[in-house]
Design a protein around this ligand. Structure first.
Ligand SMILES: Cc1cc2nc3c(=O)[nH]c(=O)nc-3n(C[C@H](O)[C@H](O)[C@H](O)COP(=O)(O)O)c2cc1C
Length: 208
């Protein structure tokens, strides 16, 4: 399978080639793959902020353990969960389904009620659930990047509260969760030479 070859080639890139930028069309394709990600009910209660501005990235690097990928990648994607997601999020989603599929929202009332009941749980539980969806988007991005020969590094090594401050996310009712830096590997990045370390199939899969 060609995809497996690409997945074996990809690695969490530590050093990007600062002279290379992802062409606009490829960036659009990668972002589209992330937008097409699956999510619970299809709610997609998160946003992806595409950061290219060098000055902002310099600031972000200071609150990301000084990891060079933040400034040296072609773009930095910040995945941020919606902190104000509630029943109105479901209403908006239902309207989108109705419009997209030429349906009457009334015919979606049962589905809407079911989704709304999920928001009846404590806020912490709801936020935790919605945050899980963000990681599926990250996964789609990683696989799509690999398929397109775009290098990437998923990153949790950053101060999310500081990111929210620098990017003005709080005002937008967003909270940064995880990053994906994207670009092209530097030939100096010795991590690309290392063999992939994964649990063995026997250890990883359970056949019942
Ligand atoms: C959610 C998540 C957070 C990560 N955070 C960082 C990070 O902050 N910095 C970094 O260099 N790598 C980070 N990584 C990369 C992992 O260390 C890497 O994916 C793992 O060691 C497996 O290696 P591979 O992706 O190169 O195959 C992260 C990976 C994931 C999935």
């Amino acid at each position: 399978m060609a995809l497996l070859e690409q997945l074996n080639k990809r690695y969490a890139t530590k050093q990007f080639d600062t002279s290379k930028k992802i062409p606009a069309q490829d960036l659009a394709t990668l972002l589209e793959a992330i937008r097409l990600s699956a999510s619970s009910y299809g709610l997609q209660a998160y946003k992806v902020i595409v950061v290219e501005n060098n000055e902002i990235r310099k600031q972000l690097r200071t609150v990301s353990w000084d990891q060079p990928q933040i400034t040296d990648s072609s773009q930095l994607l910040v995945f941020a969960v919606e902190t104000d997601a509630d029943e109105s999020t479901v209403d908006r989603f239902v309207e989108n389904i109705a419009k997209t599929r030429s349906m009457d929202t009334k015919d979606l009332a049962g589905y809407s009620d079911m989704m709304k009941s999920t928001f009846g749980r404590p806020n912490e539980v709801v936020q935790n659930w919605l945050t899980h969806q963000v990681y599926i988007g990250l996964g789609f991005g990683l696989v799509a990047a690999a398929e397109m020969n775009i290098d990437a590094c998923p990153m949790e090594g950053f101060d999310s509260d500081k990111y929210d401050e620098i990017l003005g996310l709080k005002e937008k009712n967003l909270h940064s969760v995880v990053l994906l830096t994207i670009g092209y590997r530097s030939s100096d990045d010795h991590y690309q030479q290392l063999a992939k370390v994964r649990r063995s199939k026997e250890d990883f899969f359970i056949n019942i």
